[in-house]
Design a protein around this ligand. Structure first.
Ligand code: UDP
Ligand code: MG
Length: 319
């Protein structure tokens, strides 16, 4: 008699060399875990042989299921697809690249049995590019002042969620999904497990600096409207200063008559105000852009083919 059912969700984008390795590692762990399980590979529009590898495994093993997107929709969409299809009493999200040690499953399940709804793995930054880790620690310091949820450095998507937490997440229907924030936003009792950072062995990271920067902006903008407030206060402050300046200049004119106006003051005011206005417009634009995308209510992803239930394969165009 098994204690329950665990679903593992693995977003995979060009991970052909890792699909089998992570499967072996997981099945190995499950030998000593008294739970039934399913492994959900979400093929996020890979351009290499990832899907072939996954299909090959799925014919050999009943536990392996997959969803294959029609193109690359991003890791967030892949995680969402996993949550929507996973059947487990608890769901674990992990990367395909073996950077998330499978032996932590034991701790995850222990936490789950203790009654926690989220068991979260937090890594240290050993072996990471020092510039990258410095920038991210700065980012976390900044973002935690800015947003309403508490985001931690080293905490990612690698975690276990109870059915209750998954149901809660699925209620959040926003199109622009910043998972890290959503995981915090739903709350529930959390347990944190620490682990040593592991470097990627096969394939390469899909996160370029530009991606990370965009992801960072998403984090700030998805979870608060403080930037809009900052624009408002900055505008107010500059307006106040300008008024002071205008009054002072006016009094001077009354006293001494018109002085030849200074090129410097005019050009600095024009440049400065221009800069502030552009920045504010940009921030407002970010929010409006988001409203634009949200109102379209497009699906988060499209499935090209999938094996969702026991043995049932949906080939192309059947979904
Ligand atoms: N991934 C994905 N879609 C993407 C980019 C990445 O599904 O558009 C997956 C990728 O295959 C991996 C996980 O997300 O399983 C984490 O990606 P990566 O290892 O590149 O990120 P890093 O560990 O460098 O932060
Ligand atoms: Mg990785």
């Amino acid at each position: 008699m098994k204690n329950g059912f665990i679903s593992i969700i693995i977003p995979s984008y060009n991970e052909a060399s890792n699909i089998k390795l992570i499967y072996e590692s997981l099945t190995n762990e499950f030998r000593s875990i008294n739970y039934d399980y399913e492994i959900y590979y979400i093929n996020d529009g890979s351009t290499d042989h990832t899907l072939d590898e996954i299909k090959d495994l799925s014919t050999k093993s009943q536990q392996v299921k997959y969803i294959s997107f029609s193109r690359n929709f991003g890791k967030e969409a892949a995680i969402l697809a996993g949550f929507q299809h996973a059947k487990g009493d608890a769901v674990v999200v992990m990367d395909a690249d073996l950077q998330h040690p499978t032996h932590l499953l034991h701790d995850f399940i222990k936490g789950f049995e203790e009654g926690y709804d989220q068991v979260v793995a937090q890594r240290n930054r050993k072996g990471d590019n020092p510039i990258r880790s410095y920038l991210s620690s700065l980012y976390y310091r900044f973002i935690n002042n800015a947003v309403e949820v508490d985001l931690r450095d080293g905490v990612g998507d690698f975690r276990l969620l109870s059915r209750k937490a998954v149901t809660a997440l699925l209620k959040l229907s926003e199109g622009n999904r910043f998972s890290k924030g959503l995981f915090c936003w739903i709350g529930f009792d959390q347990k944190v497990i620490y682990y040593e950072n592991v470097e990627r062995k096969n394939g390469k990271s899909k996160w370029s600096f530009r991606h990370l920067l965009n992801y960072g902006i998403d984090g700030v903008v998805s979870f608060n409207n403080k930037p809009l407030r900052i624009c408002f206060y900055a505008g107010l402050f500059i307006l106040f200063l300008s008024l002071l300046y205008i009054i002072a200049t006016f009094i001077r004119i009354l006293k001494y008559g018109v002085i030849v106006p200074g090129y410097f003051t005019i050009i600095s005011a024009v440049l400065f105000l221009g800069g502030v206005q552009l920045l504010s417009l940009g921030i407002i634009g970010e929010y409006i852009g988001r409203i634009y995308y949200e109102t379209k209510k497009r699906p988060h992803y499209l499935i090209q083919e999938a094996k969702i239930d026991h043995g049932e394969t949906h080939e192309k165009n059947q979904l």
